[in-house]
Design a protein. Structure first.
Length: 300
């Protein structure tokens, strides 16, 4: 919004000179003032564009309390810098980074060949991607996994979440890998209240696998890459999201490689989104309800 001081009309009399006003005092100069902010529509468009919502869950997932990032494939000092940046961004939204030696729940693999690295992880331990039929475990599904496995990208990610009660309790079916079939084995949750404004369950991120293809990501600063990895670690983002119209670290890369080397890290827009996501109602009725709350919070 632009606000400027009123201009005197030509021919006005007794207009003070530029040097002083009528009383001989220094003139009052009102420069142009630019007020910036997030409109609800812009924030809502950003939130809905980013959202990766599995059909099975219908809610946005987020980490609950603690994270433990582990970075491999680069020298230890650079790996530590990336892990520290993720920890810093996590602390800013109320999460607690693990102590040294913690069990990793965010695995970041930096490889000269992203496809080969992803395939090797899958062949070595396919269970890490949680493609089983356990109804309490949520991913983006097998078609999305095929895209993750075979589509070359500078950075690719795979998040696994758990359906829990609104208080964070395990669902009644139990077990990460559900083996028995039938509707009787579907997860259930007990609640002491019901409402059209909230749900009775939430989605907690359990672990994430992120693969960086050095050949496609070459040319960006380590600081920018670290913030990019922090963002895609803390948020389950649609890899096909169109973000060109937004001021976001996600524009560091496009589908084929480096897109904008002028980006040095997360923008104010990104930070506002993260804070809004981690303050939004977790047991909302739908992801759309969460997205609206995120947009409203970003505008405050």
């Amino acid at each position: 919004m632009m606000m400027t001081a009123p201009q005197a009309f030509a021919g006005d009399e007794d207009v003070p000179s530029d040097e002083s006003n009528a009383e001989g005092e220094a003139p009052l100069i009102n420069d142009t003032v630019t007020v910036t902010g997030y409109t609800f529509k812009d924030s809502f468009d950003f939130a809905t564009e980013l959202s990766a919502v599995p059909r099975k869950s219908k809610l946005l997932a987020r980490w609950n309390l603690g994270i433990c990032p582990a970075v491999s494939g680069i020298p230890a000092d650079k790996a530590q810098m990336i892990a520290d940046r993720i920890a810093m961004r996590a602390m800013a939204v109320g999460l607690k980074p693990g102590e040294p030696g913690c069990k990793p729940n965010i695995a970041i693999i930096i490889s000269p060949d992203g496809n080969a690295a992803t395939q090797a992880i899958y062949e070595n331990d396919p269970k890490v991607f949680s493609l089983s039929g356990d109804p309490t475990v949520t991913t983006m599904g097998k078609f999305a996994f095929e895209d993750f496995l075979k589509t070359p990208r500078p950075v690719r990610w795979w998040h696994v979440s758990e359906t829990k009660s609104e208080q964070g309790h395990e669902m009644s079916s139990g077990g990460q890998y559900f083996s028995r079939g039938g509707a009787a084995n579907m997860p259930t949750v007990s609640t002491t209240s019901s409402s059209r404004l909230k749900g009775s369950y939430r989605q907690d991120l359990n672990h994430a696998v992120i693969v960086v293809d050095v050949a496609l990501a070459q040319g960006v600063s380590l600081e920018a890459l670290a913030d990019y990895l922090a963002f895609v670690s803390l948020v389950q983002i649609d890899p096909d999201a169109e973000t060109a119209g937004f001021d976001t670290v996600l524009n560091l890369f496009d589908e084929t490689g480096v897109h904008d080397t002028s980006i040095t890290g997360m923008s104010e827009w990104d930070v506002a989104y993260l804070k809004a996501l981690y303050s939004a109602k977790r047991n909302a009725k739908t992801a759309r309800q969460q997205e609206r709350e995120i947009a409203e919070t970003m505008g405050k």
